[in-house]
Design a protein around this ligand. Sequence first.
Ligand SMILES: NC(=O)c1ccc[n+]([C@@H]2O[C@H](COP(=O)([O-])OP(=O)(O)OC[C@H]3O[C@@H](n4cnc5c(N)ncnc54)[C@H](OP(=O)(O)O)[C@@H]3O)[C@@H](O)[C@H]2O)c1
Length: 234
Amino acid sequence: MNLSKQITLVTGGSNGIGKQLAAQLVAKGAKVYITGRDEARLQSAVAETGAKGILADVSRAEDVDRTISEILADNGRLDILVNNAGFGAGWAELGDLNMDDMLKVYQTNVFGAAMMGQAAANVFKNQKSGNIVNIGSTASVKGYAKGSIYASSKFALRGLSQCWQADLRPYNVRVMHVNPSEVTTAFGKTDGISRPEASNKLRPKEIADVIVAHLEMDDRGFVPEVTIWATNPF
Ligand SMILES: NC(=O)c1ccc[n+]([C@@H]2O[C@H](COP(=O)([O-])OP(=O)(O)OC[C@H]3O[C@@H](n4cnc5c(N)ncnc54)[C@H](OP(=O)(O)O)[C@@H]3O)[C@@H](O)[C@H]2O)c1
């Protein structure tokens, strides 16, 4: 697809991977909306990227409905949903899991993405076109010690991606699942400040480049899943 003028929503676009992706999509001529919960961070990302900001939490059903309604009221359509909002918490061995942490992570990473996907799918089915990009993780495909909560949430998202591919192909809707390895963002931090770049780690740009390239493929085809590794992480 040609990204110019495509109406795009990047959830969690106020920082990290989502912010970089929003900037690159705006540079391609797309009309991009970003969401986030922290107003100051959202406004600064709006100024940096040229995207439009909607203060919204994907884990709240009313915020999901408001986000999609606002985009439809402005444009009458939606072309691309990027389910990027997500975080990790409650890193612990089995036996020490905190169920409040598990619920919070699932409310954003799984239920939030599912609510957004559902709202977008209803638009896409009517249009007979659309694109969903779910940001998974290498933790979507391999578990590890103390990763029960986060990895299982990303496994669940990968399951949703595969089900949505089956549900939505008859409507000409492409669903792509993207698995970044470690990226030097604010992921896992509470202050929202990105970690410094490191030559052996990925930057948000590598992830955004992959997503843009896959969206730009002609609509007759799509890549169902892609994993991005740092070449030499040691
Ligand atoms: N960085 C990595 O190493 C890595 C690797 C693999 C996968 N990922 C995935 O990549 C995605 C982006 O993470 P990142 O690394 O870019 O982290 P980040 O820099 O912390 O950015 C996360 C963004 O999501 C927003 N957000 C979080 N919860 C939200 C919610 N409930 N509703 C709306 N917005 C929400 C945050 O803003 P507010 O806090 O203001 O809401 C922020 O804009 C996540 O799904 C993450 O799991 C990251």
